[in-house]
Design a protein around this ligand. Structure first.
Ligand code: ZN
Length: 250
């Protein structure tokens, strides 16, 4: 692995533009269960409960069920960024990562200090008002839900608020998607971390990058058959810090 690691680090340090794509595998190391894996959250909570249709029909029930799911997620205590999040923030700070595209909604990349972030599925750290469109910090909404005041409401217009994430049945944010696509087309290096590349449209981004000549680096515990230039079939919290260290001292 060391030879490939130092070659991947060289590709990163020589690139003019680097784009990273992260998925659930980066969050699991922080204790956030993978929704899709065996024993994952969707075996315990019905995905249909979190469909946009359900939110519109029954926002009270939606928020109650969401609280129940989040109590499961956070049952282990506080969730903080891990070494993979920190390594990516470090790469950005050192000028070796231009934009980070993530499928995760937990806000941990932002918490770790990554500034240039495209959150394809939105962020659970905010809520959005269904009436006036205002975005706000999610904490007051959660306080209201925990106190039994469901559904939580907008501070400006008293409209019902929704988590600022892309729910099942909602379309992907077009601006974020088109930015992600043009970045994939134009970057020199495309780094994929902790994504099994099974969920569209993020799944096609590495192929777009490769077709347009980018060097691809793939770090994921379960190899899913994406034919990257450099593949590390290992934990992101192991590989990414070593990669960042190798870029620092080539
Ligand atoms: Zn409002």
């Amino acid at each position: 692995m060391d030879e490939a690691l130092s070659q991947a680090a060289t590709a990163l340090s020589e690139a003019d533009s680097v784009v990273a794509l992260t998925g659930a595998g980066v969050s699991t190391a922080s204790g956030i269960p993978d929704f899709r894996s065996e024993g994952g959250l969707w075996e315990k909570h019905d995905p249909q409960s979190f469909h946009f249709r359900r939110f519109r029909a029954d926002p009270e029930g939606f928020w109650r069920d969401r609280l129940s799911m989040f109590e499961d997620i956070y049952a282990g205590g506080d969730i903080a960024p891990n070494d993979a999040h920190h390594a990516l923030a470090e790469l950005e700070a050192a000028g070796h990562l231009d934009t980070l595209i993530t499928q995760n909604i937990d806000g941990l990349h932002r918490e770790a200090g990554t500034a240039n972030l495209i959150e394809l599925h939105g962020t659970g750290a905010e809520v959005v008002c269904m009436d006036c469109g205002e975005r706000a910090d999610a904490a007051p909404a959660w306080d209201a839900v925990k106190a039994g005041n469901v559904p939580p409401r907008c501070a400006s217009c008293d409209g019902i608020v929704k988590p600022a994430v892309v729910l099942f049945g909602e379309s992907m944010p077009e601006v974020a998607m088109s930015r992600a696509h043009s970045l994939a087309k134009s970057c020199d290096v495309f780094l994929i971390a902790g994504s099994s590349l099974t969920v569209e449209p993020a799944a096609s981004l590495p192929h777009v990058a490769a077709r347009h000549g980018a060097t691809t680096i793939y770090v994921n515990l379960d190899d899913t058959g994406f034919d990257a230039d450099y593949t590390f079939d290992a934990d992101v919290t192991d590989v990414l810090p070593r990669l960042a260290a190798a870029v620092r001292k080539p």
